[in-house]
Design a protein around this ligand. Structure first.
Ligand code: NAD
Length: 253
């Protein structure tokens, strides 16, 4: 699998899965546009790529802002004149609390936690897809890889995150249908637990319970998601469209 001559934009690539994907894509021959709200993180990603002999540019921007997204796309087109691959990886969690009451459970979730997660995970994915569709349609070629999660199928305390990721699956399937005729494939990945900053915040008791549900008894490394991104971004998956690929080592929900 290679990405020779491809220009690939990876959001949220200042760390975690996004950084691993940026490094993997650059090693596969892509010119990488790495973006993040975290300036220092994305600058370090670009340094790592260049130190390994790859080509990359850093862009700072918030995926939930249309203005910011448009300016990144303008920057990428200005640098390389095309945009072939988008990996919508930027995402956050703001978990709530499932409170048990006498006759059931109710989720205590602040409205701003709902808005922030839906804005970044779902609206951000939509805005980036919409922004790259213009150059991709002009080229008659594009590959978009969105990021869902196994939490899309339900996870206690994550009503906002789960809803945002289930939304990403619906968005992926719809854009896949709409844009196939333009040579654009849209798929998504639904990782289980991955060892990044995001899972570092999980309390030990919950982590033990999580590991017990994973048949191979460990979290994924970010590189193990990056290699699935590479498959879906490359022409090795030329007949794959509108799919959600679960990457969780066969864990039980
Ligand atoms: N780690 C897991 O277990 C796991 C599981 C399933 C899905 N995911 C998803 O994978 C993706 C990457 O997660 P990760 O574990 O690498 O997390 P991470 O927190 O390590 O990295 C996320 C990156 O996104 C950036 N980011 C956050 N808000 C942003 C915004 N508004 N605009 C641009 N960048 C922004 C952060 O600065 C950070 O660099 C997320 O979409 C996450 O929901 C992660």
């Amino acid at each position: 699998m290679d990405l020779n001559d491809r220009v690939a934009w990876i959001t949220g690539s200042g760390g975690g899965i996004g950084r691993a994907t940026a490094l993997r894509f650059a090693a596969a021959g892509a010119r990488v546009a790495a973006s993040d709200v975290n300036h220092a993180g994305v600058a370090e990603t670009v340094e790592l790529i260049r130190a390994a002999g790859g080509t990359a540019e850093a862009f700072v921007g918030d995926v939930a802002s249309a203005e910011s997204v448009d300016s990144i796309v303008d920057g990428v087109l200005g640098a390389w004149g095309r945009l072939d691959v988008l990996v919508n990886n930027a995402g956050i969690t703001r978990d709530g609390l499932a409170v048990r009451i006498k006759d059931g459970s109710v989720t205590r979730l602040a409205e701003d936690a709902w808005d922030a997660v839906l804005d970044i995970n779902l609206k951000g994915t939509f805005l980036c897809c919409q922004a790259v569709a213009v150059p991709m349609i002009r080229q008659g070629y594009g590959r978009i890889v969105n990021t869902a999660s196994v939490s899309a199928f339900g996870n206690v305390g994550q009503a906002n995150y789960s809803a945002s990721k289930a939304g990403v699956i619906g968005l992926t399937r719809t854009l896949a249908l709409e844009w196939a005729r333009h040579g654009i494939a849209v798929n998504c990945v639904a990782p289980g637990g991955v060892r990044t900053q995001m899972t570092a915040a999980i309390p030990e008791r919950l982590m033990t319970a999580l590991l017990e549900r994973i048949p191979i008894g460990r979290l994924a490394e970010p590189e193990e998601i990056a290699s699935v991104h590479l498959f879906l971004a490359s022409d090795a998956s030329s007949y794959v469209n509108g799919q959600c690929l679960v990457v969780d080592a066969g864990a039980r929900l």
